[in-house]
Design a protein around this ligand. Structure first.
Ligand SMILES: Nc1ncnc2c1ncn2[C@@H]1O[C@H](COP(=O)(O)OP(=O)(O)OP(=O)(O)O)[C@@H](O)[C@H]1O
Ligand SMILES: [Mg+2]
Length: 499
């Protein structure tokens, strides 16, 4: 194996924070290097430097032994360094094919786009990697998992020598992750080097050859995957040992608080009924695209239901919009924080507190806004949001810390019913365990939690009951005694399950 890319002594300083402090990284051809570290450790920053998004303040980069100067993303691409982002940077209103070949669309000599050729090229690429995606589809029609695949296909289409993947699996389900790992294996045989960021240690173990750990912008060390273990890696990441990721459940569900009867929408949610109790953690499992997010969006009023009824404490309520839901004490932390949860150009305080205050003010007539600063600071502290101050723009926070801001916003409303749609996506082990504790703690105080998660251990360990959704239908509600990965998968996947 020869050396492909070598970054030497990279330092990157942002106002108030040294995101990278003298970090070196080496990647050889046909090798997969895992990059691990807590939220805000500097992982994305390092990949952003290598892909030309940011310019390092110190340090040098070598491609096959030759010193290179990466000024722009285009530069990096031309040299064969492509990046797949943690948060998708695609155009939702264009087709899959246009997204893949954006900037390189086949045109005739009059400049007209040759769609037939474009779709053919794109479809061939997608089929070659067995992505099972229709190149002609508009991107907005696809679930996040498929969009991620498109992003990966896009970098593959550029004949990249090095592919930098920033949490590519964070929104994929296990079989899709396997699909991705197959692709990565294939890339290895073609001599491509891959850098792979993930918070999931089992993924690092099964996909990477070596793993490098960053902490607070510093290089903590690199290990051969075959010569290390989870304990060592966690310790390198957080600087201490974490023994119990999941808290001991101590919540005691009370009486029924919310009941949903016959909810329907557009063939995506079909006749779903269930009820949840006060202080209960009610898990919702199922494959990506099964209709889990669609279901909770109906309860929150983010989408309109075709028919169905919702009862709160025995009384029928009419939820037409999210503000109706908030008025009734129901809050949703959405799946896609960039689209639905945050205003990136605003600061932390604005995102956590102000929109809610204004909303509540409209509903209730009067709310005290004078202490918004303290409220924001309280959430920053409670969730240990890594930032220079509450006035930091959200766009400049690391991915995991952005997610914490969304959760802080939810906590700030002190809802009676809190719906969390994949709340730990992109969150590091240490913080995950804090969020799990928080979920238990909130439930103990009598708040009902509806928890969607793609990580089965998470729903199993945290929930009192778990509903399994497939094709928009509720297939089963499993009690804690019957909860296992097998029982959930059985209902989530199998075609003919006999009750
Ligand atoms: N454009 C920016 N302006 C200011 N600070 C930034 C900017 N981009 C990143 N940072 C800061 O640099 C540090 C490292 O962030 P980075 O996004 O690299 O973390 P990460 O390891 O990818 O974390 P995560 O696991 O949460 O994605 C953080 O403190 C972050 O707030
Ligand atoms: Mg990141």
């Amino acid at each position: 194996m020869g050396e492909l890319l070598y970054a030497q002594g990279i330092t990157k300083i942002f106002p108030g924070v040294k995101a990278l402090d003298n970090v070196s990284m080496r990647i050889c051809d046909g090798e997969v290097l895992g990059l691990l570290g807590e939220n805000g450790a500097g992982k994305s920053t390092l990949l952003n430097v290598l892909s030309g998004t940011y310019k390092q303040d110190h340090g040098e980069i070598f491609l096959k032994g030759e010193k290179i100067n990466i000024e722009t993303k285009q530069n990096a691409l031309d040299m064969g360094i492509a990046i797949v982002y943690q948060e998708l940077k695609l155009h939702p209103n264009l087709t899959v094919a246009e997204n893949i070949f954006m900037g390189r669309l086949p045109k005739n000599r009059f400049g007209t786009i040759q769609y037939k050729q474009l779709f053919k090229q794109a479809q061939e690429l997608l089929d070659f990697y067995q992505f099972d995606i229709d190149a002609k589809k508009e991107l907005s029609m696809l679930p996040i998992a498929d969009c991620q695949m498109v992003e990966i296909a896009k970098s593959l289409s550029r004949n990249a020598k090095v592919i930098l993947m920033d949490e590519p699996t964070s929104s994929l389900l296990s079989h899709e992750v396997e699909r991705l790992f197959e692709i990565i294996k294939d890339l290895k045989t073609k001599g491509i080097g891959v850098v792979f960021i993930s918070h999931k240690l089992d993924e690092i173990a099964s996909c990477c050859d070596r793993v490098q750990v960053l902490r607070d912008g510093k290089d903590v060390g690199t290990r051969n995957v075959s010569e290390t273990n989870e304990n060592e890696l966690v310790k390198m990441m957080v600087g201490r040992e974490i023994t119990d990721v999941f808290p001991k459940k101590t919540n005691v569900p009370g009486e029924t608080i919310l009941e949903v009867r016959g909810l329907n929408r557009d063939g995506k949610v079909k006749n779903v009924s269930f009820s949840v109790r006060k202080g209960e953690v009610f898990g919702i499992a199922g494959l990506v695209g099964a209709g889990r997010s669609e279901l909770v969006r109906l309860i929150f009023g983010a989408d309109k239901k075709d028919y169905g009824e919702i009862f709160l404490k025995g009384k029928k309520i009419n939820i037409k919009s999210p503000s109706d839901a908030i008025k009734h004490g129901i809050f949703l932390v959405p799946e896609d924080r960039k689209l639905q949860g945050l205003v990136l150009q605003q600061d932390i305080e604005w995102n956590i507190v102000l929109p809610l205050i204004y909303k509540l003010q409209k509903i209730l007539g009067y709310v005290d806004t004078s202490n918004s600063r303290e409220m924001a600071e309280k959430q920053v502290k409670r969730l240990d949001i890594k930032c220079t101050s509450r006035a930091q723009k959200v766009v400049t926070l690391s991915g995991g810390n952005q997610q914490k801001v969304v959760i802080g916003k939810c906590l700030q409303t002190a809802p009676e019913i809190m719906i969390l749609d994949d709340p730990t996506r992109g969150i590091d082990v240490g913080t995950k365990s804090e969020i799990y504790n928080l979920i238990n703690e909130i439930a103990c105080r009598g708040t009902t939690i509806i928890l969607i998660s793609s990580e089965l251990p998470e729903v199993i360990k945290l929930s009192d009951r778990v509903a399994v959704i497939r094709d928009g239908e509720m297939r089963a509600i499993l009690n804690s005694g019957d909860l296992s990965q097998e029982s959930i998968i059985k209902y989530a996947i199998e075609e003919d399950v006999k009750k």
